[in-house]
Each structure stands twice: as C-alpha cells, then as structure tokens.
Design a protein around this ligand. Structure first.
Ligand code: SF4
Length: 246
C-alpha cells in the first residue's frame, strides 16, 4: 500500500473515531470551544447534524503534533491535558486545558499567520482560556500561538475576568434554552459581517431563516445548503469547523 493511502486511511479512521467523542449530543453538555461562539450556528449543528468534514482530521493531527512537541520539549512542571467540569444547575461545561502549572493555564494554538495575533489574541480564544481559569480557580493564563510554516511563537498573558466568565456562561445558558425549546437563537449581532458568518456552514439556513423542524422533516430535504470549503489552516477546537481564525 502506498504511504499516502496509509496516511489517508489512518486519518479516515481517526476522523470516524473522534467524531463519536467530539460532539456533544445532549442539550445540557457544552464544550469550551464554543465559548462566546454563535449560538445559532451551534443550534443548527445539534438539531440538523454537524457538517461532515473529514479534512478536519488533518488539521487536528497537525495541531496535536505541535501540542505534543511543546509538551515534551518546552513545558515542564505541570500537567498536560488537565480535565475539568463546570457544573451549573442543569448543565455542564467540560473539557481539558492543554497544560496547567502552578502559575498559568496554557492554551496552545497553531495558526497560519502570526500577524493576526501580534497585538492581541483572538477574542474567542480569550473567552475559552478565561473559562479554564474560572474552572481551575486561577488568575493567569497564557495563549501561545505557533505559526505553522515558520514555527515562530508568540504568547499573550490573559488575566481572569469574572465579567467575561459570567457573560460566557450566560451565552451557554441562552443556547440551552433555545435547544430545550426548539427555538432558533438570534443571529450574531454583527451578522453578516462577523468573521464567524463568513466561514459559517449554515449561512443559507441563517439567511433564509428556515425552520429547523422543516429541515429535519424534509421540507428542504437533502440538505440544500451550499458546500463551503474551509480555510483549514489552524488547529480548531473540538467540534469546531476550521478556518484561519479558529
Ligand atoms: S451566518 Fe452568522 S449568525 Fe448565522 S448561524 Fe452562521 S455564524 Fe451564526
């Protein structure tokens, strides 16, 4: 068998296996990668089904290799892949931080262009690491960005913000309310100019405000949304479609 075929087979198997654990299936389960992301998009993902994208396994693997390298050669004295669960009445947010030592929670991100984050980290990454800080009751985190083609690294220190934490939790609660009631959450405030909209797989549904129940029952059977390719060049978080900004 050709090497390329072996690699492709491995990735296909990995994609199938990961898919079973990557996506939350119940209304009360949430992952930190969704922190402050579009609730409407996640509502479509859960009610209709997350779009298939086997290419994600390549992106995940590249990210994983970077992570492993950092953990083996750079980070020390702490714990890799530290799990947490935030229990909130009838819902839970669970995940794992890339690395935690005595002083910092570390979140490692591979990125295509480091210039995107030279001045500031991306806001949804700040929301994500802030959630970890709340979960571990820690004050400081580091968002570490690695440019894939050059291996240039930049880090941003993030200080815990209770305000952002509360806002993030409130956003998850809004999503849960929508999921429980079969009610489509509202669009992003900045729609359609927000970067998430630009890369969104559900833009057609969102544009047309199609009813999810109708979609499920086949009124627009066959899923007629436009296929969109992903930029696919950064390590996305679990269950998150990939583009240059994740
Ligand atoms: S197009 Fe924008 S507002 Fe609509 S679901 Fe996608 S990300 Fe959300």
């Amino acid at each position: 068998m050709k090497i390329a075929d072996k690699v492709n087979n491995y990735l296909q198997e990995k994609y199938t296996k990961d898919k079973e654990t990557r996506n939350p299936t119940q209304n009360h389960e949430f992952f930190p990668s969704g922190a402050m992301m579009c609730n409407r998009k996640e509502y479509y993902n859960r009610k209709i089904g997350r779009p298939e994208d086997p290419e994600l396994s390549r992106i995940f693997l590249v990210g994983q290799i970077f992570h492993d390298w950092m953990e083996q050669n750079v980070l020390s004295g702490g714990e890799a892949e530290k799990h947490f669960k935030i229990q909130l009445d009838d819902m839970e947010i669970r995940g794992r931080a890339d690395y935690v030592d005595e002083k910092y929670v570390y979140e490692l991100k591979t990125i295509k262009f480091l210039k995107q984050v030279l001045e500031n980290p991306l806001s949804h990454h700040v929301s994500q690491i802030n959630l970890y800080l709340g979960a571990f009751n820690m004050r400081f985190g580091k968002l570490v960005y690695i440019e894939k083609n050059t291996f240039q690294v930049i880090e941003h220190v993030v200080e815990f913000s209770q305000e952002l934490y509360d806002e993030t939790v409130a956003n998850y609660k809004l999503l849960k309310t929508g999921l429980d009631a079969d009610t489509l959450p509202s669009r992003k405030q900045e729609y359609p100019g927000h970067w998430e909209c630009k890369y969104c797989n559900w833009k057609d549904e969102c544009d047309g405000n199609k009813n999810v129940r109708e979609i499920k029952e086949g009124t627009i059977e066959g899923d007629n949304r436009t296929e969109r390719t992903h930029g696919g060049d950064e390590q996305p978080n679990a269950g998150t479609p990939s583009n240059g900004l994740y």
